[in-house]
Design a protein around this ligand. Structure first.
Ligand SMILES: [Zn+2]
Length: 234
């Protein structure tokens, strides 16, 4: 069956074109570039999170400053009251001391929070610097990879176009019905054709029933492998 041999030759070119197409799609350079892009996005997210935290801390710092000023005023007022209007008895002295201690305790709490915020702010600056440096490096790498990929894929795309053209040329003269079976089988398995080796399909090494072998031998119809579905050819 001459048409079967034509289809076989077509398949070789068709598979070659498909292989180049897959290479373009699965290019390691492209995958690396995509990974780098994801990394940059991740870094950006971290950076934004820190900036959000910085804004929250800045608000909190302002609030603490106000609260500190109020606590200091309170303490000053207490001291003034103490000198202008000294407590008359031991109970009044105790009350006043308790009030002063409460004020000082509040002040100490705010001051501690302020110094904690300062420490955190310093660590934010270090982390942001590191993120910026890493991101700049990653961005450069991404741009290099992208350029490399554009170059590589341009060459591969030309090769693919040539291979596809060669395949199309081989398709000329193949009966339409045969080609449509080929297309259907290819959707499930590639390569979609296999040579017989003895009584076995060389695609999946399954022995074919003698009825199939006779039909292939007669060469008058299309026979598909009972196991993998490939179009069998002698
Ligand atoms: Zn098979």
């Amino acid at each position: 069956m001459e048409a079967m041999e034509m289809l076989w030759t077509y398949m070789l070119e068709d598979m070659k074109a498909d292989r180049i197409k897959r290479e373009i799609e699965n290019s390691p350079t492209r995958q690396q570039a995509e990974k780098m892009r994801d990394f940059i996005l991740e870094q950006k997210k971290k950076y934004d999170q820190i900036q959000e935290q910085v804004a929250i801390y800045a608000d909190r710092k302002d609030a603490i400053h106000d609260a500190l000023a109020r606590a200091r005023d309170q303490l000053d007022a207490l001291m003034r009251r103490f000198s202008d209007n000294p407590p008359a008895d031991a109970d009044a002295v105790r009350d006043m001391i308790a009030e002063a201690e409460k004020c000082q305790h509040t002040l100490a709490g705010y001051e501690e929070e302020l110094s904690r915020i300062k420490r955190e702010a310093a660590s934010f600056i270090t982390r942001c610097d590191k993120l910026r440096q890493e991101t700049a490096k990653a961005r450069k790498k991404f741009n290099d990879l992208k350029e490399q990929y554009v170059q590589e894929s341009a060459e591969k795309k030309t090769l693919h176009a040539e291979a596809r053209k060669a395949a199309d040329a081989k398709a000329a003269g193949i009966p339409e019905q045969l080609m449509s079976v080929y297309t259907r089988v290819k959707r499930h398995i590639a390569p979609p054709m296999a040579r017989l080796e003895g009584s076995q399909c060389s695609g999946c090494n399954t022995s074919q029933p003698s009825a199939s072998l006779r039909r292939i031998e007669a060469g008058t119809e299309i026979v598909e492998c009972e196991s993998c579905g490939r179009i069998l050819i002698r």
